[in-house]
Design a protein around this ligand. Structure first.
Ligand code: NAG
Ligand code: NAG
Length: 266
C-alpha cells in the first residue's frame, strides 16, 4: 500500500482555478530520467502531458475527453547538414477510450508528497501498432476537436489519423448534427499498399515510403485506486485513495512523399 502515500487526491475546492499542473520526474526503461508535465483543464475537459527527450524531440499528448480523441504531437529536430528544415512537426490523431487515463477532474486534484522522487510505472501496457492511413486537413479538423487547429498548426502537411477512427467519429457526429460531409472533407486517403518501407530505402531521399515513429509515454495515471474503509456508522465503503500508473508506446506508421522526411527510420 506504499503507493497510496505517494499520490494524494486532494478534495479542496479548485473552483478558482480551472487548470492544475503536476510535474513528475520519470524514469524510462532505458534509465533516462526526464520531467513530465501534466496539465488538466477542467473547464475544457482536457489533459495535456508533455516532455522533452534527450535527443531533442519534444512530445505532447493532448486528451480531449469531450470528443473522446487524443492528439500526439512530436517535434523532431532536423539535420541541417542534410538540407532539412530546423525542425519537423508531426501530429497523430487517435480515438481515446475512456478509462485509459484518469479524468481531467481527478487529474486536477492530484498532488505528490515528494515532488523530487523519480518514478517508474506499475504496469507496462506494451506497444500498440497504429496504421495512419489518412492525412488530416488541420484547418478543417476543428470539427473533430477544437484543439487540432492550434496544436497542429505547424503540421499542416503532416497530421495523420486512421480512416477507421474518422468513420467512427463521423457516425457519432452524424447522430449529433448530421454534418458528416465536413468530417470527410477534412481527410484524404494516403497510399498504404505497395509502398516501400523507409527503413529499406537506400540512398534515394526523394522517393515516397512508409515511415514509422514510436512515441512512448513512460509514465501516466491510467486509473484510480480504491480503498476500503468504514463510514461513521460502521458501514463498509470504498473510496478513491490514489492512482494506478502505466507506461504505453505507440508505433505509428504513415506515408511520406519523400524519404527525407523520415531519416530516423534507418
Ligand atoms: C482552459 O480551457 C478554457 C476553455 O476552453 C480556455 O479558455 C482556457 O484558456 C484554458 N486554460 C489554459 C491554461 O489553457
Ligand atoms: C514499428 O513497426 C514497424 C513495422 O510494423 C517495425 O518494422 C518497427 O520495428 C517497429 N518499431 C518499433 C520501435 O517497434
Amino acid at each position: 500500500m506504499y503507493s497510496l502515500c505517494i499520490f494524494l487526491l486532494v478534495s479542496f475546492s479548485v473552483n478558482t482555478f480551472s487548470t492544475a499542473q503536476l510535474v513528475v520526474n520519470v524514469k524510462t526503461q532505458g534509465g533516462e530520467v526526464f520531467k513530465e508535465t501534466i496539465t488538466a483543464n477542467i473547464s475544457d475537459d482536457s489533459v495535456v502531458l508533455e516532455f522533452p527527450q534527450s535527443d531533442g524531440t519534444y512530445v505532447t499528448q493532448l486528451i480531449d475527453f469531450k470528443q473522446e480523441l487524443q492528439i500526439f504531437k512530436v517535434i523532431v529536430l532536423g539535420e541541417e547538414e542534410l538540407g532539412q528544415s530546423q525542425f519537423q512537426v508531426m501530429c497523430f490523431i487517435m480515438r481515446f477510450f475512456k478509462n485509459n487515463f484518469i479524468s481531467s477532474d481527478a487529474m486536477s486534484k492530484l498532488r505528490q508528497k515528494n515532488p523530487g522522487t523519480v518514478r517508474s510505472p506499475e504496469e507496462d501496457r506494451g506497444t500498440e501498432e497504429v496504421e495512419m492511413d489518412v492525412s488530416v486537413d488541420v484547418a478543417g479538423a476543428g470539427i473533430l476537436s477544437p484543439h487540432i487547429p492550434h496544436m497542429c498548426a505547424l503540421a499542416s502537411t503532416s497530421t495523420y489519423a486512421s480512416d477507421r477512427d474518422i468513420k467512427l467519429w463521423a457516425t457519432q457526429r452524424r447522430e449529433l448534427d448530421g454534418d458528416w460531409s465536413l468530417v470527410s472533407d477534412a481527410t484524404h486517403h494516403l497510399p498504404t499498399r505497395g509502398v516501400a518501407r523507409c527503413a529499406d530505402g537506400g540512398r534515394d531521399l526523394s522517393s515516397p515510403c512508409a515511415c514509422h515513429y514510436q512515441v512512448c509515454i513512460a509514465w501516466y495515471p491510467c486509473g484510480l485506486k480504491y480503498c476500503k474503509g468504514r463510514d461513521n456508522s460502521g458501514k463498509a465503503v470504498s473510496y478513491r485513495c490514489g492512482i494506478r500508473t502505466c507506461r504505453k508506446c505507440r508505433n505509428f506508421s504513415y506515408f511520406v512523399p519523400q524519404r527525407q522526411l523520415c531519416l530516423w527510420d534507418d
